[in-house]
Design a protein around this ligand. Structure first.
Ligand code: MN
Length: 499
């Protein structure tokens, strides 16, 4: 018999807070569908008081997700709890997540309140949250640096006020596994009946080790993110923790409800939405996580994979990309494949995407899952659209590009020379747009293998003090870069008008 550990995914909240990982409401909904398919227990969808758009995003996730709980975060005050409860109204299983710092350093310097006040505020906030939502979780921010007897008092007070889950965050990533394990063991003994939760950060690369120490000492919920994204060095990585529990189940006696064969897909979907890919040697989901290079290892693998493999790529859904679509595939095939990958599109979007799939299949014969996700995941170009472009380059001519863009329904064209075709194309785009964008980052990635691969380009630009990102895919890397650039430019303009 194994004991079940609940998986609380905070990719859409803590993860989304990390630089370059912010998501639109549409992207949050799309990713939440994949989390539901993955089988997590709780999806933390956001922090509704932060903005109207954030509240709307949480509300849409709450309306979409049926089989897992949807959580919304709130500080321990009515003006936060009220919008969080409102955002959770459509949820099948709402959870309100209230937090307040408890460490001396946070109380004194950040909140400027005494411990007795914090204790009262925590209990009052939980009681208020319980008046709106039955399932309330309380987080003692910076718990790992909180004096134990005070932490225990807070746990008892919020339990009495109606919280069912008590989260112990290692907010600053400072704890060591044996220390954190000891805190959980004491709480487990001192405050029975409360589900204990671990929320660890990876500042010292100990997120997974600390979370494992917590569950071994009685925690029955872990707060994690896909690809380990999150504040600073990130949060405990869901895929690593889940696979550690699974591969070492005999030793640990613990299990989760996660379907590991969905892990790779979740990781890739997140990367294609944010444009940030995990390092190649990242455990479980990195490109090289199952690559055996050394001759001795290869020899062993051929004789028997168990010589060097503790889990198979197939067990986490990795391996060859599935060949799915060609130019004869219709709308229905595109739709069903997309649904299988976690994307549901509206009728018009689907028609447009089917046309793009055929167009791509014409150029490169086959369209793989990754290609499809890249096509489906590209952000809308706002009012900026690439009409056509042309670049002339070579080692004996001056690289020159002409770009025509549609801006607010009107075509504008411009030409420029540069120190390469990409530089020339982006300068021409600037001239055509009449905008002076600062290019902060540009990453190009081959989405699939082969010389005919689809290039996915992510760009980050700064315009008038605001940053925005864009992604696009094409077999032509200059075209992909231009489309990504226009997407980012459109987003920066929208930001300008909203501000
Ligand atoms: Mn955190």
């Amino acid at each position: 018999m194994t004991d079940r550990v609940a998986v609380f995914d905070t990719t859409l909240r803590d993860g989304e807070q990390s630089p370059g990982c912010s998501m639109t409401p549409d992207e949050k909904v799309r990713f939440a569908r994949q989390l539901e398919r993955l089988g997590v227990d709780v999806i933390e969808a956001g922090f509704p008081v932060a903005s109207k758009a954030e509240l709307e995003a949480v509300r849409r996730v709450a309306a979409e997700v049926r089989s897992c709980s949807v959580a919304a975060l709130a500080r321990a005050k009515e003006e936060d709890i009220e919008p969080a409860a409102r955002a959770l109204e459509p949820a099948a299983r709402p959870r309100l997540h209230v937090f307040l710092a408890t460490s001396a350093i946070h109380l004194e310097h950040k909140l400027k309140i005494r411990p007795a006040q914090a204790l009262r505020q925590a209990a009052e906030a939980v009681r208020y949250a319980r008046s709106a939502v039955y399932d309330v979780e309380f987080s003692a921010e910076d718990a790992s640096r909180t004096d134990y007897s005070f932490l225990r008092e807070v746990a008892q007070a919020v339990q009495e006020a109606g919280a069912s889950v008590f989260n112990v965050p290692d907010t600053v990533g400072y704890a060591l596994p044996d220390e954190l394990g000891a805190v959980f063991a004491r709480l487990h003994q001192d405050v029975p009946g409360l589900t204990l939760s671990a929320h660890c950060h990876d500042d010292l690369g100990l997120g997974v080790a600390n979370s494992l120490a917590a569950v071994r000492a009685g925690a029955r919920q872990v707060e994690v993110t896909i690809n380990g994204i999150g504040e600073r060095a990130g949060n405990t990585s869901l895929e690593e923790l889940v696979m550690a529990l699974r591969v070492r189940q005999e030793s640990l006696g613990l299990s989760t409800g996660v379907r590991p064969e969905e892990l790779t897909r979740a990781s890739r979907l997140l990367s294609s939405i944010t444009g940030i890919w995990p390092q190649p040697n990242k455990a479980v989901v990195g490109r090289n996580a199952f690559a055996h290079e050394a001759g001795i290892h290869q020899h062993g693998m051929l004789a028997n994979p168990l010589t060097y493999e503790i889990m198979t790529p197939a067990s986490v859904g990795a391996g060859e990309s599935l060949l799915v679509l060609g130019k004869h595939s219709g709308r229905h095939a595109v739709e069903s494949r997309l649904l299988a990958l976690g994307c549901r599109l509206g009728a018009q979007e689907l028609d447009e995407l089917t046309a793009e799939v055929k167009d791509l299949a014409d150029r490169k014969k086959f369209v793989y899952d990754d290609d499809l996700l890249a096509l489906a995941g590209r952000a809308p170009a706002g009012e900026l659209r690439l009409v056509r472009y042309q670049a002339v380059t070579g080692n004996s001519v001056l690289p020159t590009a002409t770009v025509e863009v549609e801006r607010d329904g009107r075509a504008h064209a411009a030409s420029a020379v540069g120190n390469g075709p990409l530089d020339a194309a982006l300068k021409a785009a600037d001239a055509a747009l009449g905008l002076d964008l600062e290019l902060l980052e540009l990453h190009t990635r081959a989405v699939t293998a082969g010389k005919d691969a689809l290039a996915e380009v992510s760009v980050r630009v700064r315009f008038d003090g605001r940053e925005a990102t864009g992604q696009a895919a094409s077999t032509d890397s200059i075209e992909a870069a231009l489309k990504a650039y226009l997407t980012a430019a459109g987003a920066a303009r929208v930001g300008q008008e909203a501000a």
